[in-house]
Design a protein around this ligand. Structure first.
Ligand code: SAM
Ligand code: FES
Length: 343
């Protein structure tokens, strides 16, 4: 295939690029060139605080779904969360990502109080929330309390596929609407999806890319689907490592200014996944900042990295790895560049 500009990718071009291993090198080379032109060799780090593994949802693929009776549940209280942020600040983090299951024990006021307190102590930091679907009013309250960004993967842009991987009580339309609400309120917004989730076709991934073009996100997070032994999908095949890397590159080419993480799932499916993710066009890493005693309990999928004894060393371990791969960790909020964006 003659490589054309990303703006001109047709659906069939995208299916070909997504599906064929022969495009790996070329895509990564082009994507790395684009990210270098915009972000240089800089890699932004976000301190990830997985604050609760309670969830009211029952996504068939997810290890912390409410029907999983085999995991011990935990939630961090206000003081523990503030302590995590303080430790993270000392380690050099200037963005904190508060992620958890849809745990309604945290009322809007609780979330606002946490956001306000972190902002009061660390005014030069950005706060990213990733708490799932809430009402527009709740999102507005979080934004007014000082939250800057929100991550909510659309998971899939094919309605039929959505209901193959989620129970019918969940809403395909609402999840998408939440993303547009968040954007309208003023959040920097991140969408995304799993690569190789059960029943996914390459055409579904194209639908995701088209949805993201409509959304114009500031961040896109993707990672391979990885099975979890206590879910209905426990025997389903994992997503493809190489395909995930190709999609990282395609995202960089289609959304040059987006912040794209090399995710933990990518690092779980391959020991060099995060470094290769950077080479393929990613420019964000999200090391785990949660207290080590809880990390194993946030078991979305099996064999998740950075949950064992070595977990406290995540920051220094990653810094070394990133340097070795030829990139450079920067300590900055790392907001998306709003000035020159094209899709
Ligand atoms: N509750 C929030 C939400 O719904 O956005 C945030 C937490 S949720 C666990 C974060 C992401 O983990 C999901 O958007 C999903 O894509 C990913 N995830 C869940 N189970 C996974 C699995 N088995 N393999 C890979 N990624 C998974
Ligand atoms: Fe709620 Fe996975 S089912 S976070």
């Amino acid at each position: 295939m003659n490589f054309i500009k990303a703006e001109e990718f047709t659906d069939s071009t995208l299916v070909e690029l997504i599906s064929d291993d022969k495009y790996n090198e070329e895509l990564a080379k082009r994507a790395d060139k684009v990210r270098k032109a915009i972000y240089g060799s800089d890699v932004y780090v976000r301190g990830l605080i997985e604050f609760s593994n309670y969830c009211k949802n029952d996504c068939y693929y997810c290890g912390i779904r409410r029907s999983n009776k085999n995991i011990e549940r935990y939630r961090l209280d206000f003081d523990e969360l503030i302590m995590c942020a303080k430790i993270g600040y000392k380690l050099g983090y200037r963005t904190f990502v508060l992620q958890g299951g849809e745990d309604m024990a945290y009322k809007d006021d609780d979330i606002c109080r946490i956001v306000e307190e972190i902002k009061k102590i660390h005014s030069d930091c950005a706060i990213t929330l990733s708490l799932g679907e809430r009402s527009k009013n709740s999102y507005r309250a979080f934004y007014n309390a000082g939250a800057d960004r929100y991550l909510l993967r659309e998971e899939t842009s094919n309605r039929q596929h959505y209901y193959k991987i989620h129970p019918s009580e969940m809403s395909f339309e609402n999840r998408r609407q939440c993303l547009f609400d968040l954007k309208e309120i003023g959040f920097q917004v991140g969408g995304g999806f799993m690569v190789g989730s059960p029943y996914q076709e390459d055409e579904d991934l194209v639908k995701d890319l088209r949805f993201l073009q409509e959304l114009e996100p500031d961040m896109v997070g993707i990672g391979p689907y990885i099975s979890q032994h206590d879910t209905p999908f426990k025997d389903m095949e994992n997503g493809s490592y190489k395909k995930t890397l190709r999609l990282v590159s395609i995202l960089r080419l289609m959304f040059p200014y987006c912040l794209i993480p090399a995710t933990t799932a990518l690092g779980t499916i391959n020991p060099f996944g995060r470094e290769e993710g950077l080479r393929a066009g990613a420019n964000v890493l999200m090391p785990n900042l949660s207290p080590t005693s809880y990390r194993e309990l946030y078991s979305l999928y099996d064999n998740k990295i950075c949950t064992g004894d070595e977990a406290a060393e995540c920051r220094s371990c990653l810094e070394l790895r990133v340097k070795k791969a030829g990139y450079n960790i920067v300590t900055a909020r790392g907001d998306v560049s709003k000035t020159k964006r094209f899709y």
